[in-house]
Design a protein around this ligand. Structure first.
Ligand code: HEC
Length: 216
């Protein structure tokens, strides 16, 4: 019996480490998405650069039978998704823009907010999207919907304007983290100014909201 103890301790420690490294994994995933925004292709801008289903010029509409809305496009991303999925992490991503400060949610502006996209397999999508008919069955474990995230993204955009790096909050069992999408390159500034933005190099032209939890 004595011999078994260290093995058990090791297993417990390893398990704790796996969950503890979640913030690091999410940081790495955020970096990967910011890299994607930096390398756009025609019509593959913003949300369409991140999710499999294109949404250029309209709201994001996932196909509910898709296992996820995100497809890794390189080895690094593949490893990140594998690491998140092996830890049972459910993760949804919402993308917002500066327009969120101009309108209320009632305007249903797609440049203000899109999402959520299901990043890991088994992440339950909400019943309602601005672009989709509401499903009948409401999954109480589902990601917060577009309308629930709107005021959080709006608040986040305001704080980015004052130079803050983002914030975290909670909705039900979901941890919500907002991060800025910074115009890290003259190309971001050029395109977004053409669409009416006043952002300069280094300013936030929008942001990403992450909603995550470990599968109960
Ligand atoms: C070639 C022009 C172009 C470049 C370069 C570009 N964007 Fe965009 N971006 C757009 C357009 C157009 C949209 C809206 C697309 C749509 O309909 O979803 C968009 C959407 C976005 C959104 C979603 C919110 C919104 O405004 O619709 C964010 C956030 C964003 N871009 C950030 C960035 C960042 C950060 C960079 C640089 C790292 C960047 N973009 C580079 C043109 C560009």
């Amino acid at each position: 019996m004595k011999r078994k103890l260290p093995v058990l301790l090791l297993t417990a420690a390893a398990f704790a480490a796996r969950i503890d490294d979640l913030p690091t994994l999410l940081d790495k995933f955020d970096e990967a998405l910011q890299q994607r925004l930096l390398k756009p292709a025609p019509k593959t801008l913003g949300m369409s650069r991140i999710m499999v289903r294109p949404s250029f010029g309209h709201h994001f509409a996932p196909v509910r039978s898709d296992k996820r809305d995100f497809m890794p496009e390189n080895e690094h991303e593949k490893q990140l998704i594998a690491a998140l999925e092996s830890r049972g992490v459910q993760l949804g991503v919402y993308l917002f823009g500066e327009d969120i400060l101009k309108h209320d949610a009632a305007a249903l502006n797609f440049r203000a907010l899109k999402g959520p996209g299901a990043i890991t397999e088994g992440t339950p999508r909400p019943a309602w999207y601005p672009s989709l008919a509401k499903t009948r069955a409401t999954d109480e474990n589902a990601l917060p919907d577009w309308g629930e995230i709107y005021p959080i993204a709006q608040q986040a955009m305001k704080t980015f304007r004052t130079g803050e790096p983002g914030f975290a909050t909670e909705i039900g069992k979901w941890t919500i983290a907002a991060r800025p999408a910074l115009a890290t390159d003259a190309r971001c500034v050029h395109c977004h100014q053409a669409a009416g933005s006043k952002a300069q190099l280094g300013d936030a032209v929008g942001g990403i909201v992450y909603a995550y939890r470990v599968k109960p």
